[in-house]
Design a protein around this ligand. Structure first.
Ligand SMILES: Nc1nc2c(ncn2[C@@H]2O[C@H](COP(=O)(O)OP(=O)(O)OP(=O)(O)O)[C@@H](O)[C@H]2O)c(=O)[nH]1
Ligand SMILES: Nc1nc2c(ncn2[C@@H]2O[C@H](COP(=O)(O)OP(=O)(O)OP(=O)(O)O)[C@@H](O)[C@H]2O)c(=O)[nH]1
Length: 463
């Protein structure tokens, strides 16, 4: 699992510029489907072969919010508490503000490593702007230019060195259990739903140390199968004491999604589909986990004005990037249809972990290509040589092509839809990756070739 780095600081110091610089190289390649551009508060980054997630907390606030407003303080404090490292950005041109002093005092008691970054130092000549910051005794202090990149590599070297050691992938921690994340905006009914789910039948429920930092998971057995509800022990207890301190936490949601197989995305059906719901769904999409939309509070919906069918259509329209997530309308309050959730988790999980034999997938793609040939590329025909499943969670296929970069996204989508249709995998995300392959493939030795890629020299000879 990837560690999370939170970027904090007052408005306009350059948090989003720094964020973009850190994640830029990755962002361009993560999404290949159109219509998925969303306003992102977080991104994946890799430095020195260490992957991590970066969260731009500036996105939590609107531009002119008073930095001393209690809700903003709380957001920042929460971000600090939940991340694995904190980057506090300061403005080298504006100097220190009361807000900076206040925040740095609070950060002294943080458990995580804190990096102080003085931004807008666009070259060595400007280092003298740093005196004030040194005087405050901030350590470690980095001067850099997020805009131009000056000083950024050194800073990143130290940042990744301070991150916790990479954790084993969740499926290795707990190979038996289905890991479930329950996410959704505040007040959607997550805790009510969890309590209703866990109370619905005779189940052995226990709390275990979490798969994410500082979290306590809920473990349960149901009909001979184990489920791990990630970071939910706190949510359950909170409902009992009715303590409503916590607000929406993007970092918590991200971490739970990182660690899960199946996400229950809880919505408040009475409120309709909101932007925040779609944002949460977007995280699930990015993560590539299985997902189920749980439209809660259905008891409050007037059946004459909104049918489950209409609600589903509205949701599908807004979350087009998750067409495979089943939608279920429930009421945590009355228990209506809550019993259908576990069977849905099971069927999504089964698809999410499916393996399709090479012969089968290869035939599906070959036939699809024969039926609907791709357009030419620079006067040459695109050739699809061979398809195989390379991993599951989610099922991921690689197709070898003579010109991978020339496959149009609509053709990519066509092939994915064909795979969906022919395999019946309609409830899980699927991935299809195109790889370069020139000339004919040696089927018998394909596996061997994959492990030991041919040297450039022999490949050139083949052409
Ligand atoms: N000269 C200089 N300007 C910078 C640098 N980094 C950011 N800026 C400028 O500072 C301004 C604010 O940058 P943002 O990245 O939007 O700041 P932010 O902290 O995300 O702001 P909020 O979204 O309001 O929280 C922009 O006009 C940037 O162009 C830098 O390294 N040098
Ligand atoms: N009518 C009705 N009310 C519900 C239902 N589920 C939850 N509620 C109410 O909605 C409110 C929020 O429920 P919670 O379970 O605390 O929601 P949550 O998503 O855990 O909230 P946060 O802690 O803010 O994230 C409470 O007043 C619940 O009683 C439901 O199915 N029907």
């Amino acid at each position: 699992m990837k560690p999370v780095v939170a970027i904090i600081g007052r408005p306009n110091v350059g948090k989003s510029t720094l964020f973009n610089r850190i994640v830029r190289r990755r962002e361009a390649i993560v999404d290949n489907l159109p219509g998925v551009t969303r306003d992102r508060l977080y991104g994946e980054a890799v430095w020195d072969e260490r992957p991590f997630l970066v969260v731009d907390t500036g996105g939590f606030l609107s531009g002119d919010d008073d930095p001393f407003a209690p809700h903003i303080r709380r957001q920042v404090e929460q971000a600090v508490a939940e991340s694995d490292a904190v980057v506090m950005v300061l403005d080298g041109r504006q100097g220190l503000s009361p807000f900076d002093r206040d925040l740095t005092l609070r950060l002294r008691s943080a458990d995580q490593p804190v990096f102080y970054v003085v931004n807008k130092i666009d070259g060595p000549a400007q280092e003298e702007l740093l005196h004030d910051f040194y005087a405050l005794g901030l350590e470690p202090l980095y001067s850099l230019s997020a805009e131009h990149g000056y000083g950024v590599p050194d800073f990143l070297d130290d940042l990744v060195a301070a991150l916790p050691a990479p954790q084993p992938a969740p499926e290795q921690i707990d190979p038996e259990a289905v890991r479930v994340a329950v996410v959704g905006r505040p007040n959607a009914g997550k805790s009510s739903l969890i309590n209703r789910l866990l109370g619905q039948e005779r189940m052995v429920v226990s709390e275990v140390a979490g798969t994410t930092r500082d979290a306590v998971d809920t473990l349960l057995q149901r009909q001979g199968r184990a489920y791990r509800f990630i970071d939910t022990a706190g949510i359950r207890r909170k409902a009992k004491v009715d303590l409503k301190l916590e607000k929406f936490s993007i970092i918590k949601a991200l971490k739970s999604l990182e660690a899960c197989d199946v996400a229950l995305i809880v919505l408040d059906a009475e409120q309709g589909v909101t932007e925040q719901d779609i944002r949460v769904a977007g995280y699930a999409h990015d993560r590539g986990c299985g997902a189920v939309f749980v439209a809660n509070k259905w008891d409050l919906v007037d059946a004459r004005t909104l049918t489950p069918h209409q609600f589903t259509r509205e949701l599908r329209e807004s979350a087009r990037f998750l067409p495979h997530a089943p939608v279920l309308t429930v009421s945590a309050l009355t228990g209506q249809r809550v019993a259908k959730i576990f069977p849905l988790i099971d069927s999504v999980f089964a698809q999410y972990t499916t393996r399709i034999g090479t012969g089968v997938i290869n035939r599906i793609v070959t036939e699809a290509v024969q039926r609907n040939e791709p357009s030419m590329h620079k006067g040459r025909r695109l050739k699809f040589y061979y398809t195989t499943q390379v991993s599951e969670r989610p099922p991921t296929f690689v197709t070898f092509v003579n010109h991978p970069e020339a496959v149009h996204f609509s053709y990519h989508r066509f092939l994915l839809n064909q795979i969906r249709l022919q395999t019946g995998l309609d409830q899980t995300p699927l991935r299809l990756i195109f790889r370069q392959r020139t000339g004919k493939i040696d089927f018998a030795n394909w596996k061997k070739n994959k492990q030991k890629p041919k040297s450039k020299k022999t490949r050139r000879k083949k052409r």
